[in-house]
Design a protein around this ligand. Structure first.
Ligand SMILES: [Zn+2]
Length: 136
């Protein structure tokens, strides 16, 4: 969940919770983000974002390579459009395949042998070029 401080065109400030920044964009595009005071749909995010590191923070870091950029873009796209199911990936993928869970895009972690058995059962899985595992 993400909290945005929002402001309508008449200057009313209010805040609202969204599932993700993608959810906010979707609702906003559908005209469903409205001022809680006057109902104005011309709502903008007030400038109060969580700390975002800029290049100024890391003057010595080298620019990302094209491959790193691509992975980053892909990751953004997947994280915006797919549901994160964590360690339950294999179970959930199988449920979706068998119609026991709603059809949707998911991502998460699975053991190599589970991934192999999914593929053997004709369930499409794709390894992601990054790890969601915590490094501990
Ligand atoms: Zn307003």
């Amino acid at each position: 969940m993400i909290r945005y401080d929002l402001k309508c065109s008449k200057g009313h400030a209010f805040d609202s919770w969204f599932g993700s920044s993608a959810d906010y964009e979707k609702l906003k595009a559908a005209g469903m983000v409205a001022c809680s005071v006057c109902g104005d749909e011309a709502v903008e995010k007030a400038v109060m974002a969580p700390r975002v590191s800029t290049s100024d923070d890391h003057p010595l870091s080298s620019p990302a390579t094209a491959a790193e950029q691509m992975v980053r873009e892909l990751r953004k796209k997947i994280e915006a459009n797919a549901e994160y199911v964590g360690e339950n990936f294999a179970t959930e993928a199988r449920k979706i395949h068998e119609g026991d869970a709603p059809e949707r895009a998911i991502y998460g972690q699975t053991k190599p042998e589970d991934a192999r058995s999914l593929i053997e059962d004709g369930i499409p899985v794709l390894p992601l070029p990054w790890s969601n595992r915590k490094s501990n």
